[in-house]
Design a protein around this ligand. Structure first.
Ligand code: SPD
Length: 362
């Protein structure tokens, strides 16, 4: 009998080791959004194997979250989408006892995120940024004059100005809940308005400049800006800075700038959350806590050029990044930023319909 118990114990130790070895963590994150070595470091530290997939659209992620059974353990929705998905029951509450590195987070920014996730019960800020203008300094100066200062959304929304840039290539994000409000804001309307008339007006402005836009896409512009294949992008802050870095590395003479226009811009938070049906929530908590380590977050920011909300990481972030107002906006610029608006189902349908019209003319 004793022998049997001993054998049983050995078997369960072996089984336990096998389980630890075979543990997998499935992550679904934005493209171009993690340092080169983050996953390898996590795997080495925990022995958990990571399967890492990417997307470039909140709508694509949302479709998976609302259908369920995505198989993912961690996803990174933007704040407004997160709120709607929490309401739909797509996420599980975080077990904060497993997240000691929460102490590293900036309480002010986490309080800002509470607008979307009261009590920060479901999610932790991964990175944050703004949606502004990326541009090729020389190509724009050639077409609009050396003295032209890029500081306004007129670059893309004024039909006469954007027509002068059409030949070198304008791209816009394929993100209706960002592009239509940006156009509304340019018209002097509240970008957070959900009035049908206001949304129609924003879409109508986009239609008037549609012929000057080469494409709508939310990740291709990084390489295209870096290679000089397009000259203006409505883009996400860190992505434009990545384009800058790629151009510099290629030494191809392309100089890129990023600006938060004077009329203001969207500020958003991308949030790490655990789907309600995640296969491995234990490993998901380990990963979230790992990312909140000051050095790990600093490494990510230093690689992807996005601001983070980890106060303890700040001394470890390159000064070139912390001092850049395109990444960490000045107090004055911060006053002009607006937060993402959460659309109810009806507004969402309106926005989707308008966006199809903007993109296809139908
Ligand atoms: N390449 C990473 C892009 C991250 C963009 N987050 C989306 C913000 C949406 N408002």
């Amino acid at each position: 009998m004793k022998k049997l118990i001993a054998l049983g114990a050995v078997a369960s130790v072996i089984a336990g080791a096998a389980t630890a070895q075979e543990q997998t963590l499935n992550i679904y994150n934005w493209s171009d959004y993690i340092a080169e070595d983050t996953i390898a470091k996590f795997e080495a530290e925990t022995g958990i194997k990571v399967v890492y997939d990417v997307y470039d659209s909140n709508e694509v992620l949302e479709a998976k979250m609302l259908t369920g059974n995505s198989g993912y353990d961690i996803v990174v929705p933007t704040s407004d989408f997160l709120q709607r998905q929490i309401a739909a029951g797509a996420y599980q509450k975080l077990d904060k006892s497993k997240l000691p590195n929460l102490a590293n987070m900036d309480p002010d920014l986490m309080a800002d995120a509470e607008v979307y996730d009261p009590g920060n019960e479901y999610a932790v800020i991964y990175m944050w940024g703004t949606t502004g203008l990326g541009y090729n300094v020389n190509a724009v100066a050639e077409r609009l004059g050396e003295d032209y200062e890029v500081n306004s959304w007129e670059l893309v929304f004024d039909p006469e100005i954007s027509a002068k840039l059409a030949d070198c290539g304008i791209s816009m994000l394929d993100a209706p809940s960002e592009m239509i409000p940006a156009a509304m804001n340019y018209l002097g309307l509240d970008p957070r308005s959900t009035s049908k008339d206001d949304l129609e007006a924003g879409a109508a402005l986009l239609e008037t400049v549609r012929e000057n836009v080469r494409y709508f896409h939310s990740s291709q512009y990084i390489n295209d800006l870096a290679n000089g294949d397009i000259c203006v992008s409505v883009g996400w802050s860190g992505d434009v800075f990545q384009a800058m870095a790629r151009a510099e590395e290629a030494e191809n003479g392309v100089e890129i700038g990023y600006v938060i226009p004077d009329e203001g811009a969207l500020q958003w938070f991308d949030m790490m959350a655990i789907p309600v049906d995640a296969p491995n929530p234990e490993a998901a908590h380990k990963f979230i806590n790992f990312v909140m380590d000051a050095q790990i977050t600093a490494d990510i920011t230093n690689y992807v050029w996005y601001a983070n909300a980890n106060k303890a990481s700040m001394p470890l972030v390159d000064e070139e990044i912390t001092s850049d107002p395109g990444i960490f906006p000045t107090d004055a610029a911060s006053k002009g930023l607006w937060g993402s608006q959460v659309y109810d189902a009806r507004t969402d349908r309106t926005v989707t319909r308008l966006w199809t019209r903007v993109k296809t003319g139908m």
